[in-house]
Design a protein. Sequence first.
Length: 43
Amino acid sequence: MADTISVWNVLLIIFAVIGVIAVLAVVGMSAMHYSLMGGMRFC
Protein backbone atom coordinates (compact mmCIF):
# COMPACT_ATOMS: atom_id res chain seq x y z
CA MET A 1 0.00 0.00 0.00
CA ALA A 2 2.81 2.43 0.84
CA ASP A 3 4.41 1.93 -2.58
CA THR A 4 1.16 2.62 -4.45
CA ILE A 5 0.45 5.70 -2.32
CA SER A 6 3.93 7.11 -2.98
CA VAL A 7 3.57 6.40 -6.71
CA TRP A 8 0.22 8.22 -6.81
CA ASN A 9 1.70 11.15 -4.89
CA VAL A 10 4.57 11.42 -7.40
CA LEU A 11 2.12 11.26 -10.32
CA LEU A 12 -0.07 13.96 -8.77
CA ILE A 13 2.96 16.21 -8.19
CA ILE A 14 4.15 15.68 -11.78
CA PHE A 15 0.70 16.49 -13.21
CA ALA A 16 0.42 19.57 -10.97
CA VAL A 17 3.84 20.85 -12.11
CA ILE A 18 2.94 20.24 -15.78
CA GLY A 19 -0.37 22.07 -15.34
CA VAL A 20 1.29 25.07 -13.68
CA ILE A 21 3.96 25.25 -16.41
CA ALA A 22 1.29 25.02 -19.13
CA VAL A 23 -0.78 27.81 -17.55
CA LEU A 24 2.30 30.02 -17.15
CA ALA A 25 3.33 29.36 -20.77
CA VAL A 26 -0.15 30.27 -22.08
CA VAL A 27 -0.29 33.43 -19.96
CA GLY A 28 3.24 34.42 -20.94
CA MET A 29 2.62 33.85 -24.65
CA SER A 30 -0.64 35.82 -24.59
CA ALA A 31 1.06 38.67 -22.69
CA MET A 32 3.94 38.69 -25.19
CA HIS A 33 1.48 38.73 -28.10
CA TYR A 34 -0.41 41.65 -26.56
CA SER A 35 2.76 43.65 -25.83
CA LEU A 36 4.41 42.91 -29.21
CA MET A 37 1.37 43.26 -31.46
CA GLY A 38 -0.15 46.24 -29.64
CA GLY A 39 -3.18 44.25 -28.46
CA MET A 40 -3.95 42.73 -31.88
CA ARG A 41 -4.47 38.98 -32.20
CA PHE A 42 -1.78 37.64 -34.54
CA CYS A 43 -0.14 34.24 -34.32
